[in-house]
Design a protein around this ligand. Structure first.
Ligand SMILES: Nc1ncnc2c1ncn2[C@@H]1O[C@H](COP(=O)(O)OP(=O)(O)OP(=O)(O)O)[C@@H](O)[C@H]1O
Length: 249
């Protein structure tokens, strides 16, 4: 795929006798939403951890815009434009929504050592622009500790965007959210990904979110990719139905 932001080839990882990820290859294009699904223990987190440098693969190539990033530290990979959101939100509860995004902008600009008290107006306009994009500008003055969970997730998305990622890794982004909020968050993510040409790879247990929001889906089972394609193709794949979706889809 010529416009691939991320290219993964022959990724392997074992823990003792357990082959967590076995010969996994896939690619994600700019502006594309790719869902990585599979039952518990299929190897999704292990894959993510190898993509952002937290875990060293036993074998395989990970290319970000053509550059092999295997062996780089997580921070170096983040600097190259790989953002990640986690199942548990990572905002500073005592700082305001705007300050949290300002902090991320500071960090992206390499000026994290500046004292919080010197924040002042620095990056305030940029922070507000990001908050506007995720629909949180009207809550910019509130501290993150008092926000509703779904709103916190949108702040987290703004924080991830502050690093101007080329690739966004989202590990169960909608965990803990109400079903209606989940689709809304991923619709927002998809809209922003397309507008900013960001490749998004996400894991998700909510099949409604996966099948309505992903452009393509890849399916892991016991470390092996057993299927990949459009939501329609994956839904119709008998292996997927047997191994993962059961009779529900
Ligand atoms: N640090 C580790 N040490 C030993 N085994 C591990 C480690 N991390 C993962 N595993 C094993 O590797 C396999 C894949 O786990 P992984 O967490 O990647 O799956 P997952 O698809 O993310 O699961 P879930 O949906 O439950 O988060 C499992 O058998 C797990 O027990």
């Amino acid at each position: 795929m010529s416009d691939a932001v991320l290219q993964v080839e022959g990724l392997h990882k074992s823990f003792g006798g357990v082959q967590a990820v076995a010969d996994v290859s896939f690619a994600v294009s700019a502006g594309e939403m790719l869902a990585l699904i599979g039952p518990n223990g299929a190897g999704k987190s292990t894959c993510f951890n190898m993509l952002n440098g937290q875990l060293a693969p036993d074998a395989g190539i990970v290319r970000l815009e053509g550059r092999d990033i295997v062996g780089l530290r997580p921070r170096a990979i983040w600097r190259l434009g790989v953002g990640r959101t986690f199942q548990i939100t990572a905002t500073f509860a005592s700082l305001s929504v705007r300050e949290n995004v300002q902090m991320a902008l500071y960090s992206h600009a390499g000026r994290l050592r500046s004292m919080l008290s010197r924040f002042g107006a620095a990056f305030a306009a940029e922070a507000d622009a990001l908050l506007d994009q995720v629909g949180m500008l009207d809550q910019a003055e509130r501290t993150c500790g008092v926000l509703a969970y779904g709103d916190l997730k949108r702040v987290e998305l703004a924080i991830a965007l502050a690093n101007q990622p080329r690739l966004l890794l989202m590990d169960e982004p909608t965990a803990g959210m109400a079903p209606k909020e989940r689709v809304a968050l991923m619709e927002l993510t998809a809209r922003l990904a397309r507008a900013r040409n960001i490749a998004v790879l996400f894991t998700e247990h909510d099949m409604d979110v996966v099948f309505t929001q992903a452009d393509r889906i890849i399916v892991l089972d016991r470390g092996v990719l057993i299927a990949g394609g459009t939501p329609q193709e994956v839904r119709a794949n008998p292996n997927v139905r047997a191994v993962y979706l059961g009779s529900a889809h």
